[in-house]
Structure formats: structure tokens, C-alpha cells
Design a protein around this ligand. Structure first.
Ligand code: SF4
Length: 761
């Protein structure tokens, strides 16, 4: 009572709560949370891959501190990293395996849960074939777990319909690297941000999404020129020397236009081109369709500025082009990536310090899933259908050649379509939450209802877990061990700090135990495997000699070095900073990169009288993806508690709204109500921006099923929408704009596209 009175009167300064203490490793820290030990690890959120320590007190994670000696983050963490320990004890953790009984998810034993799923998988495979089981995983597991999962799914269950949520973010980069350079694999290194003369950030809001990368730019002694190309004046644009507000989805035309200017002006690097590339003549002819004025019309960037950007490649020693979702999440994402690579090949800005095309990865281990085998390749970037590499893989893992898949399976969206058609009957979803993250949510929800069995393996009760038939209770970051590989190919060590909560198990243990419910599978694939290091050791052999060569990496080396960039082997015992330096040829048959003729196309869903605005979606620094990990962390939710919509002042005026009001958004797919208005110049008139994290304002109710045909990545970034305010419920009028930017040889017609107007309820 006395304490309460003191508190009420303001006399209680909470001396005990805020008391400080001295820690031998980190100096002054909170006394209340002073850990018994610090555990070396790596952040489990984004692809930056920050090194950190987890503070453990009385068997619980109580602290997260950046590792000052780690090359990636030099001791700094973003708000998510700083509060990461809190996710372990989230009230939304799944602590026991669950089986749906009478419509309700009910705790069960692991044995009953595995038995039920195994019996159903076997029944479905018998009645409809092995490929009637589909798997959608994530970029959140450890590499050891990805390798184990991929091996079990492809060789044990015998289905190649296995993709990951990485197709929602990085697939276009994967396919762009493959078609231009012969293999997936990010070219650059964070050190390139420190060495470049010019840094071009394209569709990359690193301030929100990869904030720690700014430290590397700050370390650049040359004070590089920073060019930010983005339709939205994001936080990142505020650090630009040149901010270029490009028209939505015109990036491919821009890069073709820049290549045209480089060739027209003779700014290309002839020596590099003839020694290292193919396709120059064809590209030169093709680019005649992209003269500067035409490109200016398409992109909204004036001709003088186009020449100025192109000139940077000619007058500087090292130009770095980094991109993220603004490029990848496009219906022509793969070709846009190739158009960026084209410029770097033409000018020789690749494979050198500070120079290169560089995709920045979204999730902590999106690289792990790409490397260790899923829908687009066998483990170690081995292509499907190449029988000699299939035999090599079979020999290493000691399985019959016949069980190695010979062709790629369905991509993420194709898996969903196959469920809709009744071809896939069971879906196993691992550490991802399609019921927030995928496009056209209403359709997805009704598609998932067609399944005979939906299994979700997750650490949190996600929106997708809530509708599952079975939930495998998984451990999360800090409760398990292995490795993550970040955007710059740096393999980092993640250690176990605490025991998994309740009866949850690591994904590695779940897969191994589950495999025992299939006759002979565990013995064939995982004989003598007990710990993640067993998977890691096999993965090292499987990757040996491949571009993503881990054969020289050990857990000890990772802790000693603060991560190692692959390829790492006998020739490169401490790893490799950047790919395709003069001693590393491209991974094509003739060892040369391909200059590719790629075309820009107008958007399939153009703005129209019903839906006259373009919706752009993205992220905010305080939240993580669909918030399964972050929605119970107070500080993050205090900072970003709900979605908002950025609206240009001129549109706000017409809609009679101001910041703080509420508004609805609609598209041909659905409606999202009660979204907070933020009036801002950061978006152009007739465009709006909404973060996609929030299930309370589920913005993917609006997004369309439009995908890159090569990568399968959804075109999340441009959706035709209408806004409905209380005072102007009918929304904005469509303003005819001058038709511009029709490339003469492209026959695609985009006028008159029919959109079904959904009744608003
Ligand atoms: Fe974690 Fe990414 Fe933040 Fe670093 S920048 S602390 S890796 S979320």
C-alpha cells in the first residue's frame, strides 16, 4: 500500500527496477536483468545478419546486446534485435502439439500428432500420388533445418511441390542471377558499401528494412554519392544526394534506357565485355527500342537526369547497385534484375571492391532455403534434370538415383492453384503465415478450406495455425542451434541459449522424429543423425565444389571470425568477399555472363475509373513480416501499433481527410476498413502506401494474383485501389493521364482490362 501511495504521489522513483549494474562484457547494464551468462548468436529476423549475445538469467532469455566485434553490425542492433529475447516468452507461443477435434485445436502427444499426419500423408500419396502433398516453408529456419527438411520432403516424401515464402521476396533475384550469371548467389559484400564511389539504392528502403547497412555507408571514407530510386520518398530517400521519384513499375525500362545511353555514349567497358560476356550485339540492337525520350515518358525521369545516372557508371571507379522488394516483387521481377546486371556487365562494375549488382535479402536465412534445395534447385544450386549432378548428389548422400527429383515442382502460387484444382490434398506449412502474407486473401482462405489436411509447424499461433488441422509446436530463435546465412553470403552461428518452451521441439528434431513414421525413411536419410551438426557436416560435403561451398566452414571458425562468406574451402579458407572477381568465372557453360534482351511491359492492372490510385505496400522498422514474432513485444507495438495509409496532401484534400482520420481502401478483390490516415508528401498524388504487417488491417485482401512468370514472385507493389472517406465515400475521380511510354515492338494491350467490382459490405 505504501508503495502504491508513493507511486501515486510521484515519490517512487523505482530505484530497484532501474538500478544499474556492471557487467564484465558490456559495462553498465540493468541490474534487474543482469544475466548469468551471455550466449553468442545471430539475429533471427532480417537478412542483414547482425551478431549479438543473448543474456540468460535463471534459464530465461532476458537481454539482447549487439556483438561489438561482429563485422556486420559492430555492436549495433535495430529495435527488433534489441528486444528479440522477448519473443521467446510470448503468450502466443504454441507450447504443445495440437490436433483439431470437433473444430477445436486440442493439445495432444507428439506420438499421436506425428501418427495422424503420417497416416494422412500416406493415404493421400496412395490415392493421389506423392505430389499431392505440398510444402511451403520459410526463410526463418536454420540451414541445418532447411537441409534436413528439403532432404526429407524431396527424397523421403517424394514430392517436389516444395517452395518457401522466400518466393514472396527473393525469387526474382534468384532467377535473375541464374539467367544472367548462370547461378543464384548474391554477388556483393557489405564491405562494398564502404568502398563504392556511388551507391544506387533501387526500390530499397534500407532505413526501415535493413537499417544496420547504413553503418557500412557511414564507414565509407570516400563520402559516396547516394542515388535513391523509388516511387516513394521513403526514409532512405532522405540520405540521398539524388532522389529520383520513378513512376511505379517502370524500373526495367529505366535500366534498359541507361544501357542505351551507355552504349550511345561509348561509356561501356569493351575489354570487360569481350572477355566476360555474351550477347552484346543482340542487346545493342534490342535497346534501340529504349531511346532516352521514350524512357523518360515511361519512367517520369527527365532525359537530363537519365544521362546523369548513366554517366556515374562511366566516370566512377566503383558503382554499387543494391535493391530489395521494390525490384523483386514485380510481375517482371526476374527480367528487371537482369536489366540491372546488364548495366554492371556493360561497364565492368562487378567483381571488384565497391562495385556490383547486389540483392539485399529479406529474412535471416532466406539464403539457407535457396542453397539447400527447394522448388528451383536440388541442394547446392544443382539444377533439376542434370543427371550427372543428380548422380553426384545421390552418391554423396548414399541414396538410389531414382529417388532424386528430375524436374522442378510447383512454385508457391502454383501450389495454391493446385490446391484449388484439387490436385494437392495436404499442405505442410513451416514457419510462415500465408493468411497474412499472400495475395488475394479471401480466395486463399477458401482455397485452404479445400485441403484434406493442413499442417502448420510454427512457434507461434499464427493466423494460418489457427485454421490448421494439426499444429507441430516448434522451438524458435534462441531455443535451438545451427547457422544462418545473410545477404552477403555470410554464414553466421546461432546458438541455443534456453530450452524450448513447454513441449516445443526444434524444427530439426521435429523433422527427424516425424521421418520415423515413414517406413525406412529415417534409416535411409538420417541414419545416425542426432544433432544439427550432423546435418551441417553432410551439407558441407553436398556443397563442396559448388558455388555455395561450405566445405571449409566449421562452427568454431564461425564464432572465431564472426561469420564466414561462402565459398569457403581449401583454396579460400576464410571465405570470399565477393563473387566473380577475375579469378572466379561465371557459372555458365562457357564461363561468360549473358547480356540479356529483356523488355518492359505496362502493368496488367492499370488504374481505372473504379480504382484510380496505385497502392504500394512495404514494411516498417518496428515490425516483422506478419507480426507472429513481434505482436507481443510491447516496445515494438507501442512504436507501430497498427497499419496506416500514406496519402498525398492533394488527394487528402479531395477526400476531406486529415492525419489521424480513418479511411477504407478497396480493390477488385476486397475492402480494408478503418485504416489510420497519414497525410504526407512522401507519396505522389494518386498513389498510397500501407505496411503489410497487420492482420487487423489485412492489406493483402486487396492485392492481385499477378506473378513474375519466371520466378513466381507476386507483384505486391502496385494494386489499383480506391479510397473511401466518411465525407467522400465514393472516393476519388479517375483523372485521365496522357498515355505515355508505349514501346513500339510490344504488342500487349492494357487498355480496357476488365475488373470485377466487388460489392462493398
Ligand atoms: Fe536483426 Fe536485421 Fe535489425 Fe540487424 S537489422 S538487428 S539482423 S532485424
Amino acid at each position: 500500500m505504501i508503495e502504491k501511495i508513493k507511486d501515486f504521489l510521484g515519490f517512487d522513483i523505482k530505484a530497484e527496477k532501474y538500478k544499474l549494474s556492471s557487467d564484465p562484457q558490456f559495462g553498465i547494464i540493468s541490474d534487474e536483468k543482469k544475466p548469468d551468462k551471455w550466449v553468442f548468436s545471430t539475429c533471427g529476423y532480417c537478412g542483414v545478419g547482425c551478431g549479438l549475445y543473448i543474456g540468460v538469467k535463471d534459464g530465461k532469455a532476458v537481454y539482447t546486446k549487439g556483438n561489438p566485434k561482429h563485422d556486420v553490425n559492430m555492436g549495433t542492433l535495430c529495435p527488433k534485435g534489441l528486444s528479440e529475447h522477448q519473443l521467446i516468452n510470448s503468450p502466443e507461443r504454441v507450447t504443445k502439439p495440437l490436433i483439431k477435434l470437433n473444430g477445436k485445436l486440442t493439445p495432444s502427444t507428439w506420438d499421436k500428432t506425428y501418427s495422424k499426419v503420417a497416416e494422412e500423408f500416406k493415404r493421400i500419396a496412395k490415392e493421389h500420388g506423392d505430389k499431392a502433398v505440398g510444402v511451403i516453408s520459410t526463410g526463418q529456419l536454420l540451414t541445418e533445418e532447411f537441409y534436413t527438411l528439403g532432404k526429407f520432403v524431396q527424397l523421403g516424401l517424394g514430392t517436389n511441390n516444395y517452395d518457401g515464402n522466400t518466393t514472396l521476396c527473393m525469387a526474382s533475384a534468384v532467377m535473375g542471377y541464374k539467367q544472367s550469371l548462370g547461378s543464384d548467389g548474391p554477388v556483393g559484400s557489405y564491405e562494398d558499401f564502404e568502398k563504392a564511389d556511388v551507391i544506387i539504392l533501387i526500390g530499397a528502403n534500407i532505413s526501415d528494412n535493413h537499417p544496420i547497412l547504413k553503418l557500412h555507408i557511414a564507414k565509407n571514407k570516400k563520402k559516396p554519392k547516394i542515388i535513391v530510386i523509388d516511387p516513394r520518398a521513403s526514409k532512405t530517400s532522405q540520405m540521398a544526394d539524388m532522389y529520383i521519384p520513378i513512376k511505379p513499375r517502370s524500373d526495367l525500362a529505366l535500366f534498359n534506357g541507361l544501357a542505351y545511353i551507355i552504349m550511345e555514349q561509348g561509356w561501356e567497358n569493351e575489354g570487360y565485355i569481350s572477355a566476360n560476356t555474351n550477347g552484346y550485339k543482340e542487346l545493342k540492337k534490342h535497346l534501340q527500342n529504349y531511346p532516352p525520350q521514350e524512357v523518360a515518358n515511361i519512367t517520369g525521369i527527365d532525359v537530363k537526369t537519365l544521362y546523369e545516372i548513366a554517366r556515374q557508371f562511366a566516370v566512377n571507379d566503383a558503382v554499387l547497385s543494391a535493391w530489395t522488394m521494390g525490384v523483386n516483387q514485380s510481375f517482371m521481377g526476374t527480367d528487371t534484375v537482369s536489366s540491372i546486371i546488364n548495366i554492371h556487365l556493360l561497364t565492368g562494375h562487378i567483381g571488384r571492391e565497391g562495385a556490383g549488382p547486389f540483392s539485399i535479402t529479406g529474412q535471416c536465412n532466406a539464403m539457407g532455403t535457396r542453397e539447400s534445395g527447394f522448388t528451383s534447385s536440388l541442394p547446392g544450386y544443382r539444377n533439376f534434370g542434370d543427371m550427372s549432378t543428380a548422380q553426384e548428389y545421390a552418391d554423396i548422400v548414399k541414396v538410389p538415383l531414382e529417388i532424386i527429383p528430375t524436374e522442378r515442382g510447383y512454385k508457391y502460387a502454383e501450389i495454391i492453384d493446385a490446391i484449388d484444382r484439387g490436385e494437392i490434398k495436404a499442405l505442410w506449412v513451416v514457419a510462415t503465415n500465408p493468411l497474412v502474407s499472400f495475395v488475394n486473401q479471401e480466395k486463399l482462405r477458401s482455397t485452404l478450406e479445400k485441403l484434406d489436411l493442413l499442417v502448420v509447424q510454427d512457434a507461434f499461433m499464427s493466423d494460418t495455425a489457427e485454421v490448421a488441422d494439426v499444429v507441430f509446436a516448434a522451438a524458435t530463435w534462441g531455443e535451438k542451434e545451427g547457422t544462418y546465412t545473410n545477404s552477403e553470403r555470410r554464414c553466421n552461428r546461432a546458438n541455443k541459449a534456453v530450452e524450448p518452451i513447454g513441449e516445443a521441439k526444434s524444427d530439426f528434431d521435429i523433422i527427424l522424429e516425424f521421418s520415423k513414421y515413414f517406413d525406412g525413411v529415417n534409416e535411409l536419410l538420417f541414419s545416425h543423425w542426432k544433432k544439427p551438426v550432423d546435418a551441417f557436416n553432410e551439407w558441407k560435403e553436398v556443397s563442396r565444389g559448388q558455388l555455395c561451398d561450405y566445405s571449409g566452414i566449421s562452427y568454431e571458425l564461425l564464432e572465431k571470425q564472426g561469420g564466414v562468406q561462402w565459398p569457403c574451402n581449401e583454396q579460400r579458407p576464410l571465405g570470399t568477399k565477393r563473387l566473380y572477381s577475375p579469378d572466379m568465372p561465371f557459372k555458365t557453360n562457357d564461363k561468360k555472363a549473358k547480356l540479356l534482351c529483356v523488355d518492359w511491359f505496362p502493368m496488367a492492372e492499370a488504374v481505372n475509373s473504379e480504382f484510380p490510385l496505385i497502392l504500394n505496400t512495404g514494411r516498417t522498422v518496428e515490425q516483422w513480416h506478419t507480426r507472429t514474432k513481434t505482436r507481443s513485444i510491447d516496445i515494438l507495438n507501442d512504436l507501430a501499433p497498427e497499419a496506416w495509409v500514406d496519402i498525398n496532401p492533394s488527394d487528402a484534400l479531395k477526400l476531406k481527410v486529415k492525419s489521424g482520420d480513418r479511411i477504407s481502401l478497396s480493390s477488385a478483390r476486397g475492402i480494408v476498413k478503418d485504416v489510420l490516415v497519414r497525410v504526407t508528401q512522401s507519396v505522389a498524388p494518386s498513389t498510397v502506401f500501407v505496411p503489410f504487417h497487420f492482420n487487423t488491417q489485412l492489406i493483402n485482401n486487396l492485392t492481385a494474383e499477378s506473378f513474375c512468370p519466371k520466378s513466381g514472385e507476386p507483384n505486391f507493389k502496385q494494386t489499383a485501389v480506391q479510397l473511401h472517406s466518411d465525407k467522400v465515400p465514393e472516393g476519388l475521380e479517375f483523372e485521365e493521364q496522357e498515355i505515355s511510354g508505349v514501346i513500339s515492338h510490344i504488342k500487349t494491350k492494357y487498355e480496357g482490362i476488365k475488373v470485377k467490382v466487388k460489392e462493398m459490405s
